[in-house]
Design a protein around this ligand. Structure first.
Ligand code: NAD
Length: 520
């Protein structure tokens, strides 16, 4: 019998009247746990608890908050394997990837633990005597966080860790696709010593549920900052509501990431990178490749090797087989959204090179292991004869599918790469210095790789996109601190009189001009 869990509000476990089941993505009959659908009153109570806790947490010295972040890193390191196993069971990514997901959160703790001893402001000279100018970073208040389920540890940690370090308090509504992993993550964070109310967790769905209720708290004045990772459509809504409240939300949204293969590329390396970018995590990463743009002289060779590699891909339950490239769809919703693109391809006239919809007992690729009907699995799918006006070229599909697009030369490759409304990640395979330079100088994306895949991030680099992929805010590294603090400028005047800037300033007058021509 699966266990029932509650929301974590003000240090207490709070059950809700309505509940839902979280299932093992690879074996739908296996129920991981039963989770609450938080009511609006519960979400409001969580926001109020965070508001109350802000008074003391924001005044706790930053180095002490940093030490606590260090404790979270220790707890996560201790439980790295158990948390990764849970993540893999609930969300369906491979154990190796799940370990990476948790490691990203540990790296984030390492980075921000010592930031508590920096969090520098500036001492700035004044234009008047006996006066000092200083700048301080101040926390924003209560941060509302909503996240997607495909990176259930790394992505929330990117937000929660810096927000806490800088003195904010939090209400987090994780994805309904990964509540157990989120519950375990928050339990580890609370174990590290977080005072009650500093980090609150509410469960439930998005529209007309906990997600929407949390956004409503912006208008109710209980949320001072919103941080969201998910689809562009929901991000836009949050942007509108935050905007009318004069807030600047963090919005990390969808992607349709180009991977370019030029005529001089190391084809073996390009195929390995393209395969991982297209089918790793079953294509369910915001940084998964959406279109592979191949230079005409190597198109035939690349296609042959890429299709060959796709045919050799091993797929199956990652909890039972540790050498699969990818597992199931996170759930039926992702499978159904992915399946639609087969119709789009038919309508627009794309040519199917490999793939055949849902994997079933009677319809499975050679590399499939286990029972395909225990969950939702998709064939690795490859299309060609796709042009930039096709729906499948422009739309994020979020599943194992990729388009091969033939171009001629770097100019055409760049035009195709920049012709989508997204701009998250991107990659080029080339050994030509000039083409690599043209790519990095002109690509419309927040993140780019040269001779590596579109996916992957390190905890000390800025993560985020442009165009439809976000509003320019960044996760990770020192840049994220700007998203959770405001700058407070202080004028400290000890002159004992009213000094007016620009008016009482004693500027030094220049002397007569020096005329070198007439000097000698
Ligand atoms: P989604 O937008 O449907 O859901 C994401 C979160 O928003 C979930 O917690 C969901 O409950 C909530 N939500 C949904 N509708 C809502 C509403 N009307 N009001 C309030 N909350 C709502 O996204 P998804 O399909 O679950 O996740 C995949 C998407 O996330 C893809 O577009 C992917 O690219 C994106 N993503 C982006 C990043 C990034 O860093 N840029 C990382 C991971 C995933």
């Amino acid at each position: 019998m699966a266990k029932k869990y509650g929301n974590l509000i003000n240090g207490e476990e709070v059950k809700s009247r309505k509940t839902y089941k979280s299932r093992n993505s690879s074996e739908l009959a296996d129920i991981v746990g039963i989770f609450p659908e938080a009511s609006k009153a519960q979400v409001r109570a969580a926001a109020q608890a965070a508001k109350d806790a802000f008074k003391t947490w924001s005044k706790t010295p930053a180095p002490i908050r940093g030490d606590l972040i260090g404790n979270i890193g220790v707890a996560l390191t201790r439980e790295k394997e158990s948390l990764s196993r849970l993540l893999s069971r609930e969300m369906g990514k491979t154990y190796k990837e799940a370990l990476g997901d948790v490691q990203e959160a540990i790296d984030t703790c390492h980075f921000f633990q010592s930031e508590g001893r920096r969090l520098y402001g500036q001492t700035v000279p004044s234009e008047m005597p006996n006066k000092e100018l200083l700048t301080y970073r101040r926390p924003l208040g209560v941060v509302g966080i909503i996240t997607a389920g495909n990176f259930p540890v790394a992505v929330p940690a990117w937000k929660i860790i810096p927000a806490l370090l800088t003195g904010n308090t939090i209400v987090w509504k994780p994805s309904e696709d990964s509540p157990a992993t989120s519950y375990a993550l928050v339990k580890l964070m609370l174990e590290a010593g977080l005072p009650d109310g500093v980090l609150n967790l509410v469960f439930g769905g998005g529209a007309k549920a906990a997600g929407e209720y949390l956004i409503d708290m912006i208008d109710e004045g209980l949320i001072d900052k919103f941080a969201f990772t998910g689809s562009t459509a929901v991000g836009r809504k949050i942007g509108e509501i935050a905007g009318r409240n004069l807030q600047h939300p963090t919005l990390e949204l969808g992607g349709k990431n180009p991977l370019i293969v030029m005529r001089d590329a190391d084809i073996e390396n390009a195929v390995a990178g393209a395969l991982w970018a297209s089918f790793g995590t079953g294509g369910q990463r915001c940084t998964s490749a959406g279109n592979i743009i191949v230079d005409a002289p190597v198109y035939t060779e690349f296609k042959k090797e890429f299709v060959k590699a796709a045919k050799a891909v091993k797929i199956g339950d990652p909890n039972k087989y540790d050498d699969v490239l990818y597992g199931p769809f996170i759930n039926e919703r992702f499978y159904e959204n992915w399946l639609k693109h087969y119709d789009w391809a038919k309508k627009d006239g794309a040519k199917l090179l490999y793939g055949n919809g849902r994997i079933t007992k009677d319809n499975k690729p050679k590399g499939f292991v286990g029972d395909p009907e225990a969950a939702f699995y998709g064939w690795p799918t490859i299309w060609e004869k796709v042009t930039t006006d096709f729906k499948q070229f422009q739309t994020e599909i979020f599943g194992p599918t990729i388009n091969l697009v033939k171009v001629n030369g770097i100019a055409e490759a760049m035009e195709a790469a920049n012709s989508v409304d997204y701009g998250l990640s991107s990659a080029i395979y080339t050994n030509n210095r000039e083409w690599a330079f043209i790519f990095k100088d002109n690509i419309e994306a927040g993140m780019s790789s040269i001779n590596n895949s579109t996916t992957g991030a390190e905890a000390h680099m800025p993560f985020g996109g442009v165009k439809g992929s976000g509003n320019g805010t960044r996760e990770s590294g020192i840049w994220v601190i700007d998203n959770y603090t405001y700058w407070h400028g202080i004028n400290d005047d000890v002159s004992g009189k009213l000094q007016l800037a620009q008016m009482d300033t004693e500027y030094i007058e220049a002397k007569d001009e020096v005329d070198i021509d007439n000097m000698f």
